[in-house]
Unconditional design. Sequence first.
Length: 124
Amino acid sequence: MTRVVIADDDSDIRTLVKISVARAGLDLVADLGDGESAFDAISRLVPDLAILDVSMPGMTGLQICRRVRERPELEGVRILLLSAAVDESAQNAGLDAGANGYLIKPFSPRELSARLTEEVGARL
């Protein structure tokens, strides 16, 4: 089963993501509200997918991406960034940091489900 870590400082967004993860039949292994805890969980649990907010206290999603990509033991972790930034440069910054995908907030549950399917399919 695909193991997922979620990190966002907005509890409403985390709830929406948790519901989508459950509906997709994925295994939520950590649900966190700050970047440092997220990086620690990713390092310890080595999930298949990490869904990260770009702007979190402690460590941003971009910083987490860079750190994950520096560690060979985490090379298989796919990363989906969530952000309210809609400009192309913000999206490019996320992809340049090592993210596999970027989803703009607010997003619909249907859009998130489609992205989860993409990310899980890419992992297989």
